[in-house]
Design a protein around this ligand. Structure first.
Ligand SMILES: Nc1ncnc2c1ncn2[C@@H]1O[C@H](COP(=O)(O)OP(=O)(O)O)[C@@H](O)[C@H]1O
Ligand SMILES: [Mg+2]
Length: 363
């Protein structure tokens, strides 16, 4: 009997198929599209062109997943109409993707939701896992994690929307602990949405009511007159911190209109601060990332009071803006990591983390 010929080895694909997920149901839909364009360009440039094949997934404002032509059009410049047929609300394309790159900001994208989906699919994905995303997103949980890690923060009060049933009690508490001016924030938004600055009780209660229409969890903070510094963190296990940048803007505080109106804010990279402050920001940025259990990428934002050289950690963003004008990629560029290399490293971290998880769960 003659031996059957051995099957020839299946050629292993050296091209990694990247499921770039963008758009989404949050108020930051448009920023997400712009971030996705930067990432798509970076994945199709230089050596990355041989390494990666893009599989765009566009999530409409209504929450439908579009792949193929609709997604490609959204990535170039034409947003497709909201489909009225029964398109899936979840991806059916997992077999076409080797690694996911969700670039969704705010609720459903940066809060552990989509990270949970990819975890259930058992596929690698860029950015932090469920825990880091969820803790980093909720300002109450984030502040609790920072406090446990001993990180410096502004004085704050946490409240629930239901506390507004007894408004005077809530206002008394805020006045006793913080005084005015103070900032009122919904715990789970972003882009300054729903945030207001209050100078008296009337403005405080109006701000709380407005924030309570957007979220059940609220945070009130003492306002600090301070410069705003930002630091980018990258890595898995022992992350690195970038050079430090500063945001300058022409309004009283960095509100939504200022953030998204061209010409009203600018970035200074590196920030002009004493070396010791620069180093301290880098160190605190890594600690803040570890405090919430985040990995992959994050941007940590600070308040810096020049008088007395005091630093406070303001917040962590585990899927920071990634447009060509955004602080996150620009900080890395200034630190010697161009955007093509940045996305390549992020995908590498995603794959390394997935391998490690697979190894751990095998034991
Ligand atoms: N305690 C504070 N003191 C001074 N300014 C603040 C304070 N909290 C928020 N701000 C201003 O509001 C902006 C948005 O607040 P932030 O907590 O960063 O919300 P978001 O997550 O929406 O970016 C900050 O960049 C800053 O300009
Ligand atoms: Mg912010």
């Amino acid at each position: 009997m003659t031996a059957l010929p051995l099957p020839s080895p299946v050629p292993q694909s050296i091209v990694t198929r990247v499921g770039l997920v963008f758009g989404g149901r949050s108020g930051e839909h448009d920023v997400s599209i712009r971030s996705a364009r930067t990432i798509a360009d970076a994945l199709s440039t230089g050596t990355n062109r041989q390494r990666y094949r893009l599989v765009p997934h566009y999530i409409t404002r209504g929450g439908r997943w579009l792949v193929g032509d609709g997604a490609t059009a959204a990535l170039s410049d034409t947003l497709p109409d909201e489909p009225d047929d029964h398109l899936p609300r979840l991806p059916t394309t997992a077999h076409q993707v080797d690694v996911w790159f969700p670039v969704l900001h705010g609720p459903n994208g940066e809060d552990g939701t989509i990270q949970g989906l990819f975890t259930l699919l058992d596929q690698p994905f860029v950015g932090t896992g469920v825990l880091g995303a969820a803790v980093g997103m909720d300002k109450q949980a984030m502040k609790a994690a920072f406090a446990t890690a001993g990180l410096p923060q502004v004085t704050h009060v946490c409240a629930t929307a239901s506390a507004l049933a007894r408004p005077d009690e809530l206002a008394d508490n805020v006045e006793q602990r913080l005084g005015y001016p103070c900032f009122v924030k919904p715990a789970n938004l972003g882009s300054s949405l729903g945030i207001s600055k209050a100078g008296d009780r009337e403005a405080l209660l109006a701000g709380l009511r407005a924030a309570a229409r957007l979220d059940d969890r609220l945070v009130i903070e003492a306002a600090v007159p301070a410069r705003e510094l930002e630091c980018a963190v990258l890595g898995y296990g022992h992350p690195d911190a970038s050079v430090v940048g500063e945001i300058l803007y022409d309004s009283e505080w960095y509100d939504y209109a200022t953030k998204y109106s061209p010409g009203r804010s600018s970035l200074v990279i590196p920030a002009s601060v004493p070396r010791v402050i620069h180093d301290q920001v880098q160190c605190l940025a890594v600690q803040a990332t570890q405090a919430v259990g985040a990995d992959g990428l994050s941007r940590v934002d600070f308040f810096y009071q020049e008088d007395g050289q005091v630093l406070y950690v303001n917040e962590i963003n585990t899927m920071p803006g990634f447009t060509s004008q955004s602080m996150y990629p620009l900080l890395w560029q200034a630190s010697g990591v161009p955007v093509e290399e940045l996305v390549h490293r992020l995908i590498g971290f995603a794959q390394a983390r997935h391998q490690r998880r697979t190894l751990i769960s095998a034991h």
